[in-house]
Design a binder for this molecule. Structure first.
Ligand SMILES: Cc1cc2nc3c(=O)[nH]c(=O)nc-3n(C[C@H](O)[C@H](O)[C@H](O)COP(=O)(O)OP(=O)(O)OC[C@H]3O[C@@H](n4cnc5c(N)ncnc54)[C@H](O)[C@@H]3O)c2cc1C
Length: 261
């Protein structure tokens, strides 16, 4: 764990140049450092990206909200721009972990890590986000590939996440009371052209629930969920909740999200 080089570049080009071989980016360290301490991961070099100024900050336009990758959860939670344009995103950030995690963890680190129970991946899918990297722009639909797996290539740096500003949106989470990670989290968004429903905490990777999207497209109200059957087949089953229980909670959280939209 302790045997690594620490580098602290001040611009993205330098950071990417350093990220070769067994080197990796370090943002808030909230996931990376525990993984290294537990010897689940080992790296030769940590490239700390927190001093790169143009990776932070929040920019709002009429159609989108762009958040720099090293922006911390607490900054998103407290941002007036986020609160005004996508209040459900500010509330999501406010509900991540505890004050320590929110004061260190970053949006880029969260989505690069793609924990199956993380909150931001659901926001990215529901709000039709574009992930801006040093190389390309990746639609959220193509970004989240599997458990802790994304479309990022080795040494590819997330620079910002751009969310579509919805007409209405809400995130409802049934949290693990200890960590606050989602046992089930449902993000519902009514966008200009479509309705999206993203579910986290339930399978090995965040996903869009087409059944719920279709039902809400014909009737955007909590009752639209009543006749939908969610089987729970393939859902996570662990000490926190069985697959069947998660299936039930997906419907409960969807109703809740629509009712607070
Ligand atoms: C006790 C605890 C409770 C938590 N509760 C929740 C919760 O309720 N909900 C939730 O969603 N999350 C939760 N988390 C996770 C938290 O949100 C972390 O902030 C997040 O998973 C990782 O972000 P980070 O900035 O700390 O990234 P790091 O730990 O520094 O990095 C994580 C991974 O992302 C890579 N990476 C980081 N930044 C970039 C970038 N810009 N480009 C490319 N790759 C990058 C790193 O190389 C590493 O592989 C919790 C964590 C802890 C420790």
């Amino acid at each position: 764990m302790k045997n690594f080089n620490f580098k602290s570049p001040t611009n993205p080009k330098e950071a990417v140049k350093l990220a070769t071989g067994r080197a990796t980016f370090l943002a808030g360290g909230m996931t990376l450092i525990p993984a290294m301490k537990l010897r689940l991961a080992a790296y030769s070099d940590l490239i700390d990206i927190k001093k790169i100024k143009n990776l932070s900050g929040i920019k709002i336009s009429s159609k989108s909200l762009k958040i720099g990758s090293i922006t911390k959860h607490i900054e998103v939670a407290n941002s007036k721009e986020v609160g005004k344009s996508i209040p459900s995103l500010a509330l999501l950030a406010e509900g991540i972990g505890d004050p320590q995690v929110r004061n260190r963890g970053t949006i880029g680190g969260s989505i690069a890590n793609n924990d199956p129970a993380a909150d931001y991946p659901a926001a990215c899918l529901a709000l039709n986000a574009i992930i801006h990297t040093n190389k390309r722009k990746i639609p959220a639909d193509k970004f989240f590939k599997g458990m802790f797996e994304t479309d990022l290539k080795k040494g590819e740096l997330i620079e910002a996440v751009e969310f579509e500003v919805p007409e209405k949106a809400a995130y409802a989470k049934y949290p693990n009371p200890a960590s606050r990670y989602a046992i089930v989290g449902v993000y519902v968004a009514k966008l200009k052209k479509e309705i999206r429903v993203a579910v986290t905490g339930v399978e090995s990777c965040v996903f869009r629930c087409k059944k719920l999207e279709e039902a809400l497209t014909s009737n955007f109200s909590p009752s639209a969920v009543d006749n939908i059957s969610i089987s729970g087949k393939g859902f996570n089953s662990d000490i926190h909740a069985s697959a069947e229980y998660r299936a039930h909670i997906v419907k409960v959280m969807t109703r809740k999200a629509i009712s607070i939209c």
